[in-house]
Design a protein around this ligand. Structure first.
Ligand SMILES: [Zn+2]
Length: 497
């Protein structure tokens, strides 16, 4: 073997070990959220902390760093290999440049943050959470300075989840999106509201229906599982072990439908990543935003469309009989639009306004324009402006778990997912008879298109670039706004000015 191939193979061996440690960690975390008995949590937290420490020690080691910097000098690597080495070098720096003391402190604070957030929710009082949140913010700023001295803090945080994205770009995208959404929302608010689904739908039957749904979409059931969790998620325990969880509500099957489509979308992306490139650094998903584009495409673009419900309604009726809604009732209920206080339960039109509020607050917080104690009022003010004012802190600033775990800079990826999804959806409709396929339940060509255009490239390009390569020079904001007008304008009988 020539010296470069030897270095590559040594690197691959090292990375295989750290990837597998990560997969073991994911198994423990999956079990924690689906199976674990109440009294098992304390010990499980210790086990997870131990694995994280071992993973960090191995991945952030001098050995891996030396291999990567040696390889980054080799000119005989092809373009894909070079890209992979640069990506891994960045991962390595992100892991190795933060002092161990700070890593530990942040992990401890995340544990405390979660507890304080729960206590604050029980007391319905943000002031119970604020002191720990302040410490989380301070430690996060310290970490950003350690990673990229001199860079704007929020840019560094966003880059954790969406490589290549900047605060400035987000500000521009979100400002234009908000300006596009508010007139649609105002128009809908004056129209007759869509109904809700009502009835009783036994949980066992819902579960077997969810399994049928996931496999109809193309989820490989020999390479994964579907289980239940209070807060649905998808996790990767290996290239051929991708696990979905879903959530059932006996009174409303819309919850199970949304969760199953969403998580299956994530899982299909994971199952489509280029596992033959394992160890090159390119085989991973591109960003959280691109991941969300895949889940939201199935959940919303496909899963809230009229043709989808024409396919779904008779299949649902096979499980539930007379209580099953007809296709039109499904369609109308799935597209009920409301200015609410809750992001997770929000419809497609208002969802991004919820995200924009969080982005504005985070941006201002890390720019020093507002302070932690101001968050409660700033939240309520922004909601009063665009959505509806919260009744209390649980409906308001204590709503999401993210800040308690120091996941600052994460929220924008939800809306980026919707923007990417809209652009990809527009392009797909130019190339495939999407709605005829959906109405017949032929999802394979749709999945095949996503596999070829998106999944198989891993993280070879930053997400925005990948989407541009697929869709051409397009305005993702206009793609999303016109998609929403087309569906909701027609449904609510309103037209765009
Ligand atoms: Zn998701």
């Amino acid at each position: 073997m020539d010296p470069t191939s030897e270095l590559l193979s040594e690197l691959r061996t090292e990375l295989r070990g750290t990837t597998q440690l990560d997969e073991i960690r994911s198994l423990l975390a999956w079990d924690q959220q689906t199976m674990l008995a109440t009294r098992g949590h304390q010990r499980r937290a210790e086990q997870l902390a131990l694995l994280s420490a071992i993973h960090h020690e191995r991945f952030a080691s001098k050995k891996v760093g030396d291999l990567l910097s040696e390889l980054s000098q080799r000119s005989e690597l092809d373009e894909m290999q070079q890209t992979g080495i640069q990506l891994l070098l960045k991962d390595w720096r992100r892991a190795a440049c933060v002092p161990a003391e700070l890593v530990e402190r942040l992990a401890r604070l995340q544990g405390q943050g979660h507890m304080a957030w729960m206590e604050a929710r029980a007391a319905r009082d943000f002031r119970v959470f604020a002191p720990v949140l302040q410490q989380l913010v301070d430690a996060t700023i310290e970490r950003a300075h350690a990673l990229e001295p001199g860079a704007p803090v929020y840019d560094v945080l966003v880059d954790d989840f969406e490589p290549g994205m900047s605060t400035e770009r987000l500000t521009d995208l979100f400002r234009r999106l908000r300006a596009g959404l508010l007139p649609l929302l105002d128009a809908i608010s004056g129209a007759t509201p869509m109904p809700r689904l009502e009835g009783t739908f036994p949980r066992d039957q819902q579960m077997s229906w969810c399994l049928e749904l996931a496999s109809a979409m193309g989820f490989a059931t020999d390479s994964g599982r579907v289980d239940l969790a209070t807060h649905p998620f998808t996790t990767r325990l290996g290239p051929t072990d991708i696990r979905i969880t879903t959530y059932l509500n006996e009174r409303n099957p819309m919850h199970a439908l949304g969760a199953t489509l969403h998580e299956t979308g994530h899982a299909l992306y994971e199952q489509g990543l280029p596992s033959h490139l394992e160890g090159t650094g390119v085989e991973q998903f591109a960003s959280m935003g691109l991941h969300e584009s895949q889940s939201r495409f199935w959940e919303n673009t496909i899963g809230r469309s009229a043709p989808f419900f024409r396919w779904l309604a008779p299949r649902f009726a096979q499980h539930f009989g007379a209580v099953a809604p007809d296709a039109n009732t499904w369609y109308r209920a799935a597209n009920r639009v409301e200015r609410g206080t809750n992001r997770v339960l929000a419809d497609e039109v208002t969802y991004n306004l919820h995200v924009i509020v969080r982005f504005e607050l985070e941006r201002a917080l890390f720019a020093g324009e507002i302070q932690v104690p101001d968050l409660r009022d700033a939240w309520a003010e922004a909601y009063r402006r665009d959505l509806t004012a919260p009744q209390d802190d649980v409906e308001g600033v204590l709503q999401d778990i993210h800040w308690s775990g120091a996941a600052f800079g994460y929220f924008p990826t939800y809306t980026l997912g919707n923007l990417y999804s809209a652009a990809l959806g527009r392009k797909m409709q130019q190339e495939l008879p999407v709605w005829e396929l959906v109405e017949r339940g032929e999802f394979a060509p749709i999945l095949g298109w996503l596999r070829e255009r998106v999944h198989q490239h891993g993280r070879r390009w930053p997400s925005e670039e990948l989407v541009r390569r697929v869709t051409g020079e397009s305005d993702v904001v206009e793609d999303l706004v016109s998609y929403l007008w087309a569906r909701h304008g027609a449904l609510h009988g309103v037209t765009r000015a």
